[in-house]
Design a binder for this molecule. Structure first.
Ligand SMILES: NC(=O)c1ccc[n+]([C@@H]2O[C@H](COP(=O)([O-])OP(=O)(O)OC[C@H]3O[C@@H](n4cnc5c(N)ncnc54)[C@H](O)[C@@H]3O)[C@@H](O)[C@H]2O)c1
Length: 314
């Protein structure tokens, strides 16, 4: 297949908007659709809010909205697209139905990829007529800033289309991870979910606030995680002998009751601690204001990271 330049984005909430901005920053033509057509106005506002950051990260000159088309019919949106990125609400029934519609109207050979955060591709494509070219392409928010994307095959996905998707994501400056076979939650969300569940227990039982737990990550593991993940970090924690000594010293802790992993009940009391805790942390700033600060930080952090990660990886 020649280079993929025409991309359809189905569902234009937080993640759909992020894909649109990343694709526009890489000169792709974007066809967008959302079942709620009123969202078009907000979407344009979000593209304009995020553009200065995307522009800086990808060294672009100006935003070309001529490449952006918002349609009110899904058939029209899919008609010319070579790559379809589905970003609708996370729900098995909804996505399975949507994928059967997408499969019906997708162009011959178009790749279908879902942004799902953890649903099994074999299940969401069970009624799609072309599962061989369908997969998960799970990104991270904000999609225009984070280069990560997990490509997860369903049981019927063909290698040929997985490779084409890999190439496409690389063409929009992403670093795809090819997950070997489908699993619920894929990779990063399984790890995030474990941390989230433990955090909910700690808050539920009154040991700390949302702010305390965020600081515990921000000032410690989080600082290291932007350069290296848990495994390489723990290799260094073992001193000269690396992972071998780390396992000797901390291996026994695996038997201590440090984690519960099973999620606590999301009671009204717990939800209210989470909502009031994070709202206090926001100090009156809107989500858009904090997003601007985060984006500016991520632009500078990634430039710094590039400099240092090359020293480890090469
Ligand atoms: N928010 C995140 O951090 C995040 C990160 C990675 C992946 N995801 C995944 O991305 C997907 C979208 O999540 P989001 O956070 O953008 O949700 P969201 O609620 O912000 O947006 C979902 C959009 O889908 C639209 N929609 C629903 N049904 C539709 C249909 N049948 N056809 C067209 N549009 C439809 C809704 O109107 C809404 O605008 C989910 O699968 C989610 O798991 C989310």
């Amino acid at each position: 297949m020649s280079k993929i330049n025409k991309v359809a984005v189905i569902g234009t909430g937080v993640i759909g908007a992020g894909w649109i901005i990343r694709c526009l920053a890489h000169n792709k033509t974007v066809y967008a659709f959302d079942k709620d057509i009123k969202l078009k106005k907000n979407l344009i506002l979000e593209i304009k809010r995020a553009w200065p950051f995307a522009k800086k990260l990808f060294n672009k000159k100006k935003l070309n909205l001529k490449n952006f088309h918002f349609f009110t019919s899904i058939e029209e949106t899919l008609k010319d697209a070579d790559f379809i990125q589905e970003c609708a609400t996370e729900n098995y029934a909804l996505k399975t139905k949507l994928m059967s519609i997408i499969g019906k109207h997708a162009k011959k050979n178009a790749i279908i990829s879902s942004s799902s955060s953890g649903l099994l591709p074999t299940r969401i494509y069970s009624k799609c007529k072309n599962p061989e070219r369908a997969m998960i392409g799970h990104p991270f928010n904000p999609v225009y800033m984070c280069p990560g994307v997990e490509i997860v095959p369903g049981k019927k996905t063909s290698k040929k289309y997985l490779n084409q998707a890999n190439k496409f994501y690389k063409s929009i400056s992403m670093n795809p991870i090819m997950v070997k076979k489908e699993l619920p939650g894929y990779l990063a969300d399984r790890l995030q979910e474990a941390l989230w569940r433990e955090g909910l227990h700690i808050i539920n039982e009154g040991y700390a606030t949302t702010e305390d737990l965020d600081r515990a990550i921000e000032d410690g593991p989080g600082l290291r995680w932007s350069l290296m993940g848990t495994f390489l970090t723990f290799h260094l924690a073992g001193g000269k002998a690396g992972m071998k000594h780390m396992l000797e010293q901390f291996g026994p802790a695996l038997k201590l009751p440090w984690t519960k992993l099973k999620a606590p009940k999301l009671s009204k009391k717990l939800a209210s601690r989470l909502i009031s805790g994070t709202s206090k942390q926001a100090k009156g700033k809107s989500v858009a204001m904090i997003s601007n600060i985060r984006d500016q930080y991520l632009v500078e952090l990634q430039k710094l990271r590039k400099k240092y990660e090359n020293k480890i990886r090469n």
